[in-house]
Design a protein around this ligand. Structure first.
Ligand SMILES: [Zn+2]
Length: 169
């Protein structure tokens, strides 16, 4: 009696999912769902320890990813932290002292009203950034930031207000 190859069905199924990957429900990247997306983000984080080109843009990559994923922007304060990071990169040339002022302002501010999160979070996602060569990484993250900032356009004024409040003091 022939033994049927039990791995056959599994192989067929996994081959199909490899071709037709499920989107991340938050950012829409076709990476195989939310957990797979999170794993890509974590892997990118590890590269920052090994390569200074990744480390230099770590803060911005985290802010971009956070603004596209609900779990990182549950409160008004966490949204303010990440959205202002993207804003500072785009509108203040990534000025470190502005980020520091915002951080200090956030640490003194108990409650920040959270606006409605836009449904579309930007056409560029971690899927477009994670696979780039190290020498192209900086440009890819900047494109990512531009796309995220554009997706949040209805809250640009609010992000600028947050930055202004932080810089004022
Ligand atoms: Zn995602």
């Amino acid at each position: 009696m022939a033994i049927s190859p039990i791995s056959c069905g599994w192989r067929t199924r996994s081959a199909r999912t490899a071709i037709n990957l499920e989107p991340c429900p938050d950012c829409g990247a076709l990476v195989g769902g939310r957990d797979a997306c999170q794993k890509l983000f974590e892997a990118l984080g590890l590269r920052a320890f090994e390569d200074s080109r990744y480390a230099a843009l770590r803060r911005l990559a985290v802010d971009c990813y956070a603004c596209q994923h609900d779990r990182y922007i549950l409160s008004g304060r966490s949204l303010a932290a990440h959205l202002t990071g993207v804003a500072v990169a785009i509108e203040h040339g990534g000025a470190e002292e502005v980020n520091e002022r915002v951080q200090s302002w956030l640490s003194r501010t108990r409650h920040i009203e959270k606006p409605a999160v836009p449904r579309a979070r930007g056409a560029i996602t971690i899927a477009d950034v994670a696979g780039t060569a190290p020498e192209d990484y900086a440009a890819a993250v900047r494109r990512w930031a531009g796309s995220v900032w554009d997706a949040w356009r209805e809250h640009h004024a609010l992000a600028r207000e947050w930055i202004a409040a932080a810089v004022r003091r």
